[in-house]
Ligand binder design. Sequence first.
Ligand code: CTP
Ligand SMILES: C[C@](O)(CO)[C@H](O)COP(=O)(O)O
Length: 244
Amino acid sequence: MLPPDARLFGLIPAAGHGSRMGAALPKQYLVLQGRTVAEHTVSRLLACERLVRLVVVVAPDDRRWPELPVATAPRVSTVPGGATRAESVLAGLQALTDAADDDWVLVHDMARPCLRLADIEKLLQACGPQGAILALPVADTIKQADAAGQISATLPRSEIWRALTPQLFPIGALRHALEQALSKSQAITDEASALELIGWRPTLVEGHADNIKVTWPADLPLAGFFLQQQHQQQQESECWQPSV
Ligand SMILES: Nc1ccn([C@@H]2O[C@H](COP(=O)(O)OP(=O)(O)OP(=O)(O)O)[C@@H](O)[C@H]2O)c(=O)n1
Ligand SMILES: C[C@](O)(CO)[C@H](O)COP(=O)(O)O
């Protein structure tokens, strides 16, 4: 469990340009259910009342972010990102000047707008001393491919999980691990892999399958469906009255 006396900060890497989406604007500014992906995602994190404040890491040439209502939320601030996700996350950590090394940070992709508050709370509760990440066990059989696109191995499915975000770590440890990985030009695609490189073994916490990362064009209508489904479920639960 997150240490009761530790403060919790949020960090959203949002400095990417969404090349795989191939849209006319960065995917975090595409609209789903009447709001941008960015507004959905930031709102999901701000729903966590334990979050002291939230740093959003934006592209240095981002002119859209300041136009969003969430940009003026009291707990939100921004910092320019870098050329890679890891550099952007490190820039966000360096902006947490009011945080101590033993405070904790929740890193969540701006591209994951369907995150549930219940999953954030589950992560905070299940977190071990070496951090934790939301993840999903895989249902399909996993094949490893060779350079020619042919099967080179079938991996043990019971040991395979798909990493999601948020990913939760002590701020000092994450900053050190990212600095180490970047100084050695080690390719890392999530925060946990940087900690693994310094020998940490973060805890895997099962999340929900609707916490998808909007990456490809086909992900957009799916994320829209999940947002609509979650909104409907919330309305039904608010209207539900226990029978006396
Ligand atoms: N230099 C970068 C690259 C990515 N990200 C962020 O990291 C998250 C996950 O990255 P990804 O889905 O790859 O986003 P993009 O890099 O924008 O997408 P693509 O790789 O298709 O260009 C996104 O919220 C993205 O904005 C970032 O902050 N800084
Ligand atoms: C962090 C992540 O979402 C875990 O699956 C993923 O690694 C991000 O990868 P991306 O290439 O930065 O989208």
